[in-house]
Design a protein. Structure first.
Length: 152
């Protein structure tokens, strides 16, 4: 990190606080570069812990988000000027659901059979660990994932 630069991924307390409806939200925008993955994991992990999300679910969420962000970094901006990736997390207490989106302004690339021989398991991991995964392509790519929160 450069001296005098605000930490990338710092959580704005207003963005992480609950509102009158009981909803809690985190918005994290970072440059789409691999060194930011650790910042996202650390910031999102701290936010999930503050929301009292069960530890096992935190592990799953961090893995799934890491896969989605890594795809954005590696594929979304290939052959394009550098861009950003935004992670949002929304926790709604009445529905006991956690919704995470990862979005960029890059290009979606369909996987090729050659590329998936030894790679390409990220979306499968996302689908295995999240209750739902919706990938929307348009002016960039948005991966929306929903996780059920079970209190035990």
């Amino acid at each position: 990190m450069a001296r005098g630069r605000a930490p990338v991924g710092a959580v704005d307390p207003a963005q992480a606080a609950g509102d009158a409806t009981g909803a809690h939200r985190l918005v994290l925008a970072v440059p789409a570069i691999s060194t930011e993955l650790a910042v996202i994991r650390r910031t999102l992990g701290a936010w999930l812990g503050a929301q009292v999300v069960p530890a096992g679910l935190v592990t799953d969420v961090l893995l799934v988000v890491d896969e989605a962000v890594a795809n954005s970094v590696e594929h979304g901006y290939r052959d394009l000027p550098p861009g950003s990736v935004t992670v949002t997390a929304h926790l709604a207490a009445p529905t006991a659901a956690l919704v995470i989106t990862v979005s960029d302004h890059g290009r979606w690339r369909e996987p090729t059979p050659e590329a998936t021989l030894h790679r390409g398991r990220g979306v499968g991991i996302m689908r295995a660990l999240a209750a739902t995964v919706d990938i929307r392509v348009g002016a960039g790519t948005t991966v929306a994932m929903r996780f059920a929160i079970r209190t035990e």
